[in-house]
Write a protein that binds this ligand. Sequence first.
Ligand SMILES: [Zn+2]
Length: 392
Amino acid sequence: MKGPIPYQRRDLMSTVVAGIMLCLMLFCLSSFSSAAEKTEVNDIRFWSYPDYTRVVISLTEIPQYSRSRLANPDRLYFDIKNSRINKERQKTITVGNGMLKTVRAGQFNENTVRIVLDLDKMSDYKVISMEDPVRIIIDIYGQKQAVSAKKRIVLDPGHGGHDPGAIGPNNLNEKDVVLDIALKLRKLFENDPNIEIFLTRETDIFIPLEQRTAIANSRNADLFVSIHANASPRRDAKGIETYLLNWANDEQAMKVAARENAISLKKMKKMNDSRDILAIMLGDLRRDNKRDESLKLANLIQKNMVTGLNKNYTHIVDHGVKQALFYVLFGAQMPSVLVEVSFISNPLEEKMLARDVYRGEIAQSIAAGIAKYMLVFPEGQTIAQGGGRIVP
Ligand SMILES: [Zn+2]
């Protein structure tokens, strides 16, 4: 298994220091509310896989940028307005993986940082923006791999490492519960000759949200299932819900997405309202039938979880299938869902989630949903192809 190759790893301490510096900087910016302050390009990283590359540009502020693709030589460039980049970050990063030759970053003129991606063989690309921290994500696709005879499923246990996820009243951590459920799920498919399972993490480690879909895309996965436990300030909130990526249509769904994205509800609402920014990405999803496929998958998982758990438990609350803008589903090239398996904030459900047998039953129910999806929609997935659409 070839793992991701992060261009630049930061140890925890430098990340914490950088975080504090960023907070101080943002505080200063907001204190003086100076419109003249420039957006700073902090960091450029990439993850390289056999036919897929993800480039992540970190910035201090939400940028305004223009972009274009030029021929001879083939290259993509991004001009970030009212921005600056430190001298030591103005450099050429060699990728050389057959899709992308290099990434170059420099101060183009006094007010503009230009980032150039020198292309090799690219079949398609997409651009996504995220906040907290602010980043522009560029996905570069190479030539499509031969389709595997086996269906590939990427399971994504949420959180991990320094991010515990939600914590129950008796200190049960979401990250531990969901990892165990994902490992149990993999075991259930172990002897299935038609299915291959990959996990975004197999141990208690932290993985950025944008790397999780990058792993699924790099595996040419047929399905992506992110596994989480829910939380609410209302201790009596309980039950199961399954999400797909789309604009949220209710406040509760936005609260869940804000928590899972680690952003404020205010920012979440703002993003949900700024339809133009996300319109093209979500339009792509609809066009490629991925939204319909995700909805079918979500319905089957939700239904099987509720009926499966109802066999042995009473009062399983069915919140149904919902939609919201989850970062972890952004840019996924396959039908993808996020399951909130129970409320870890509810004392009774926390107690159940702490039990091995309940986690096993959750895994079995999710597996039943996936298996039914595979049976009914064996050719359900499509992979987007085509030339250079840019999002946003
Ligand atoms: Zn979570």
